[in-house]
Design a protein around this ligand. Sequence first.
Ligand code: C2E
Ligand code: MG
Ligand code: MG
Length: 635
Amino acid sequence: MNKRQRDWLGIGQQSDYVRKSIHASNIRASVYISIIVIALETWMLLSFARMLIESAAAGTPRDLVWTISHGAWYVVLLGVAIALLVHAIRYLRGKTYNMRTGSVLLTLFIVVALSFGIHFGNNSYVKGEQILAFVTMTLFVFGLIIWRPLPAFVASTLTFGGFYLYINHNLPATYGTQVNLLTLWVATFVVMVASYTRQVSEASKDENIEQANERLRRIASFDELTGIPNAHTFNNAVSVLFEGIEEFDIAYSILYMDIENFKSYNDKHGFVAGDNLLIDIAEGLQEIFAAELVARYSDDHFVALCESSVVEERVEAANQLVHQLRGDVRLHLKTGVFQPEMKEGMDVSHALDKARIACNEIKRHPGVHMNMYGQELDQQFHRRQHIINNVATAVTEGWIQVYYQPVVRCIDGSATLCGYEALARWDDPEYGFMPPFAFIETLEEFREIDKLDRCIIEQVCRDLRAELDAGRQPVPVSLNFSRLDFELYNVAEFLQEMSQKYTVPSELLDIEITESALTVHVNELRRNMEILHKGHYSLWLDDFGSGYSSLNVLKDFQFNVLKIDMAFLRGFEDNMKSRPILRSIVALAKELDMITLCEGVETREQFDFLTSIGCDRAQGYLFGRPSPTKEVPSL
Ligand code: C2E
Ligand code: MG
Ligand code: MG
């Protein structure tokens, strides 16, 4: 027999949900049945008592045996009905969840009610009255209570069969009674099967909805990959902890953990292995923070809350965990820690931000694995907030300024001006004069860098126009672009718009794209570069050699100028390796038909060497520092 057939007969294993639903429905039905039965039996008992009194008054009192044999049925049925009602009400009010007591009481009620029905049905049949007592009881028991089909068949057959044999024994049933009983039995059985199937199908539907809801609840609160709480749950749990308590005796800390170099693990072993590692790490972290709270925040970032006194112990355990699981890829766990002020209503997302800032700060300090958010970072945090909140104002109020640093052409040991690089400065009324490192990264992180860069482009065009209007022939100016510029707006279109607005030829505007920008959204960037090439802009590869994939970049992208990162000149005087490297880069660029420009030139010795190896252009403090006016180098 297959599952469908077993289900139809009601002999298969039902889910807990369906069983409970059927039970609850029977308990609800038993409230109605028992109330009717209690009313009926009370009335019957009162009539019975009146009859006893009247018989006694008429001088023909009933004896005790007769009284008990006739009255006991009413009392027993009334008693069982009251017990059932009391239990049903308690169950529905949630005072008890005991399904077994309910089933026992229900079975007892069924047995008593059917026996009562059979007995009084037979009595009235013998007396030649209608057999209503039997019909009423079978209606209650088989029509209102939900049965599984197979037990229903057995019980109704036994009841009807038993009743037929019983009455037939006492007084042969007429043909009419036989037909009526058969029809009644069939009808009862059909009603039972119908209500069973309806109940099961409704319960299954509810169960499916309930399961779907449960899944949604899980997705909303738990991380799908690792199964541990997600950021949302973490935020809620921490908010609840800090709610309604005015003073804390214990200091808590928020931890933000980042697995450094995780990308390499994915690259080396594939995403599935990467996912498995994250699952293992999540499980391990749950053990480490068993008494506390830990969650997966995003990607390879986890957050935790624990007492400040155990932070170091926990971080050490977490580091060990990552070391044990990392295999042959050098993964390190970096943890930023923030200890919020222990008072009511702590802003969780702010606290997490601070822990994250402390974590990101570790990047600048190799070998460090844990960093506490302190006063210095706090100032940085407020400055970042200020920058994000004020970038639009800075643009309109003129706090953003362009500084120009000269670029020279190297010919026979002399340097002649051939361009300027436009470098942004932010002169803030509150924070004072800020160099790019103070705001570029923040603006990129919050995807607001386009506001600054468009402002710089417009100022550069305006300055070029002023020079042209004054009758001077300006040299080209190179502009720095962020990778995000190409995502946030149409760079080519904006440049064209500015060129037209200030009637500045595109030959006067050069475009610097930093090497690290070329690793993401490659196709989109290449498409943009093609358009810019067609618009006669010169494209420069900035900071060459600072990234991991410099040579690939040369192969994959078409640039006019190669700007060699100033890192190659650091330690130039002592590091004898700098020279052959620079020589090779210049030779390679020449072969690829690119103009070479070396940045960060600070000494005459460096300049002479660059000229000797055929480097075309140079830029650095030797020729001039960035300045608000276009200074002409004196070398
Ligand atoms: P970059 O494009 O590589 O710019 C060169 C940086 O090196 C400038 O720093 C410049 O002042 C500095 N520099 C030039 N010559 C020397 C030297 O001889 N010695 C030393 N030690 N440094 C030298 P700055 O102005 O602080 O800019 C830093 C970076 O900020 C720039 O690096 C560029 O990537 C970014 N940046 C600057 N302005 C903008 C902008 O308007 N938009 C975007 N997206 N980024 C910008
Ligand atoms: Mg640059
Ligand atoms: Mg550069």
